[in-house]
Ligand binder design. Structure first.
Ligand SMILES: Cc1cc2nc3c(=O)[nH]c(=O)nc-3n(C[C@H](O)[C@H](O)[C@H](O)COP(=O)(O)OP(=O)(O)OC[C@H]3O[C@@H](n4cnc5c(N)ncnc54)[C@H](O)[C@@H]3O)c2cc1C
Ligand code: FES
Length: 352
């Protein structure tokens, strides 16, 4: 099945903090865009005559909110985040790629569980969607959120979280953690790290750590520290979910010898056609396909979002970055074309 593209019209723009805005969109007239709590949209604005793509998790809930929303925090010198915050107006239409992502929770009225969310900065967005979606449906489930921000003014959704905590009293607990608060702040002044995570779980929440489900979205270091603390309590890997926003600089590792830098012809099976693509040294399979005008799906181009996922059914590939896939997906042969290079001749990739 091929990826769907839509044009969404901006309905409202809400200033959440001095550097963060929420954009709500009307659903298209003909068919509502369906999505799961925790998924992201790929926005494809045209900037300086060039169409660019960036992923933004939906901060809205598919089962509670009438409009779709994304919440964008400016990144210093960032092209798209600043363009959206400075130039996009109500009534503008932006092309999007259909919602994607596996960092999801599907609310189930028969479930009673403990869900712990760890967020940092703009990483609150999918967590907001998750908590707004789960709490009204799973009436016995408890949700705990640890949210790290710089100071009081940079807390995104502060008021909304307060209101939700009141509405779901006893079932939603929000703990704000600030790294540089004002002197009047009486809450935690720390970063979310291995030691503080244990304190929040054991002392503040007093939950059964080993059986809870965890969703982490924030700086890579924060997620690594929290994961390390959960491992101490034997939390199964399947119960720890992470969403990666960051765009690190990726290098082609050459530990496998010269194979990773030789040019190879790769077969890409997409929408019923077999494309033969010559992948040059240091080029990714996605880059080579786009150079040949093959319209493969992609978004972040950094091995984070999984929009470009394919399955390697023959030959071998090397990936610069594997964090976006689970161990099981890697074992099953799934790859991310945006960070994948052919390692052998005869590579065949199926893209759905
Ligand atoms: C699955 C997914 C979901 C995302 N959801 C959201 C969301 O809900 N809200 C949101 O604000 N952003 C989100 N992002 C990040 C977003 O896609 C962009 O990467 C971000 O807005 C920066 O884009 P830019 O064009 O402004 O910066 P660019 O022009 O791409 O980058 C400029 C500079 O900033 C650095 N940089 C890029 N991204 C980040 C980052 N996230 N943090 C710190 N430095 C960065 C780059 O290394 C570069 O040096 C998400 C990313 C992914 C992969
Ligand atoms: S485009 Fe996002 S993982 Fe490849």
């Amino acid at each position: 099945m091929s990826v769907k593209y839509f044009h969404l019209t901006v309905k409202e723009i809400i200033e959440e903090t001095p550097d963060t805005k929420t954009f709500t969109f009307w659903h298209p007239i003909h068919a509502a865009v369906s999505y799961k709590a925790g998924q992201f949209l790929t926005l494809m604005p045209v900037i300086n005559g060039q169409k660019v793509r960036r992923s933004y998790s939906m901060s809205s809930s598919p089962n509670k909110d009438a409009s779709i929303a994304v919440t964008v925090k400016r990144v210093a010198n960032g092209l798209v985040s600043n363009y959206l915050c400075d130039h996009v107006k109500v009534g503008d239409a932006i092309e999007i790629m259909e919602p994607m992502g596996h960092f999801v929770v599907e609310p189930n009225p028969n479930k009673e569980r403990t869900i712990v969310l760890f967020g940092g900065g703009s990483g609150i967005t999918p967590l907001m969607s998750i908590l707004k979606s789960v709490l009204p449906v799973e009436q016995s489930t408890k949700v705990y959120l640890v949210y790290g921000s710089r100071d009081e003014n940079s807390i995104i959704f502060k008021k909304e979280l307060e209101n939700l905590e009141q509405k779901y009293e006893g079932r939603l607990r929000v703990l704000h953690v600030l790294s540089k608060p004002s002197y009047t702040w009486t809450g935690y002044k720390t970063r979310i790290n291995q030691a503080s995570a244990v304190t929040f779980l054991k002392q503040d929440f007093a939950i059964d750590i080993a059986t809870a489900e965890y969703f982490l979205c924030g700086p890579e270091g924060m997620m690594e520290e929290v994961t390390n603390s959960l491992k101490i309590f034997n939390v199964p890997a399947d119960n720890i979910h992470q969403e990666h926003f960051g765009s690190g600089i990726l290098h082609v590792e050459e530990e496998d010898g010269d194979d990773s830098v030789k040019e190879q012809t790769v077969t890409i099976q997409y929408e019923g056609t077999d494309y033969q693509v010559l992948v040059k040294p240091h080029e990714t399979i996605l880059e080579a396909a786009l150079r040949e005008d093959i319209d493969l799906p992609y978004s972040c181009q950094a091995g984070m979002c999984t929009a470009c996922m394919g399955k390697c059914v023959s030959g071998k590939v090397h990936m610069d970055e594997e964090d976006g896939l689970t161990d099981k997906e890697i074992q099953q042969g799934y790859i991310l074309t945006c960070v994948a290079h052919p390692k052998t001749a005869g590579v065949v990739i199926e893209v759905e």
